[in-house]
Design a protein around this ligand. Sequence first.
Ligand code: FMN
Length: 336
Amino acid sequence: MDLTTEYLGLSLRTPLVPSASPLSRSLDMARELEDAGAGALVMYSLFEEAITAESETMVRFLHHQETGFAEASSFLPDHEDFANALDLYLENLRALKESLSIPVIASLNGVTPGGWIEYARELQGAGADALELNVYYVAADIHQSGARVEARYLNLLRSLRQSIRIPICMKLSPSFSSLGHMVHQFEAAGANGVALFNRFYQPDINIDSLRLQPSLHPSTSAEALLPMRWIAILYGRTGLSLAATSGVHTAADAVKLLLAGANAVQLCSVLLAKGPAYLGVIRKGIEEWMADQGFSSLDEVRGRLSALSVPNPAEFERANYLNILDSYSFSPGARV
Ligand SMILES: Cc1cc2nc3c(=O)[nH]c(=O)nc-3n(C[C@H](O)[C@H](O)[C@H](O)COP(=O)(O)O)c2cc1C
C-alpha cells in the first residue's frame, strides 16, 4: 500500500505525524514512533517566554556585575537557566536528527514579533527540516480589532520567513472571521502549510476554592470534524499543504481527514494515552480500509470528499444546519 504523501515540500512515507507534544522529548519514544510508521515528527515547542525570560535573567546578571552590586551572585541564573532553553532545544533537535531518518519539524510558540523569532535560524542550522509556528494568542483585548490580530500573525510569519529558508507551517486557531482569506494571506507571506487547528486549553473555575485552575482535557474524535470541514473547504483552493490536528484517535478519523484533503494527519492525545506504538495500529487501520475500498495509494484518496468533489458542497457550509437540527430526537430518559 502506498501511503506516501507530500507535506511542506517534504516527501513523507506516511501521512501520520505526531504533533508537538512531550513525546518528542524522549529519543526512545521518537524511535518507537518512527518504527510504528510516523512520516515525520513535530517537536515540542520552544516558547517565546522561555527564551525571553532567560535573556532577561542574563541582562539582570550582567547589569549587576557591571555596577558592582554587592549581591550580584544572587542574580546568577541557576544551572537550569544557564543550560538555556534554546541550547537544550538545539541539543534535543540534533539528537533527534541523528537517530531518526524521518523529517523532524521544529516548533516555535509565541505571540510578539521580537528577537526570539530569529532563533529560528539556529533551529534551521541544527538540521530542522521545517518549522511550525504556533501563535498561541487569545485576543482578549476588547479594543483590538480583528485586522490587528491578523496583522500580528502575518508580521510574525514575515519575520520568520526573512530568517529562514526551510518550509514554514502556521499552526492556526479556528477563530478567524474569514479563515480562507487568512490562509491566502499566509500563502502570500511565504508560508508552506497550515496545521488546523491549534487547541486552546481553557482555564477552569474551582467552585470550592473559588479560584481559577488549569484544565487539560484530552480531545475526542468529535473534535476532528472542525479541521475536517475546513480542510475540505480549502482543498484545491490553496497551494499550501494542509495538516489536520485535533481529535484524531482512530484510523477512521484519519481516513476522513485524508478524504477531506489533508496532506498530513497529526496525532497527539491518542499517542499520549495509548503510547507511541499505537500509531502503528492507526497506520494498519488506514491500510486495511484502503484495501477494502480498492485503493492502492493515498493519491487516490486525498480530497475525494473535499468541497470540490462532493455533489453538494453546501453540506460543508450552512445548508446542513437545518437538516441536522430537524433530525434531533430526544433520548428516552430526557425527562427528569
Ligand atoms: C501535553 C500536551 C503538550 C502539548 N505541547 C504542545 C507544544 O509544545 N506545542 C504545540 O504547538 N502544541 C502542543 N500541544 C498540542 C498538540 O500538538 C495538538 O495540536 C493538540 O493536542 C490537538 O491534537 P490531539 O487532539 O491529537 O491531542 C500539546 C498537547 C498536549 C496534550
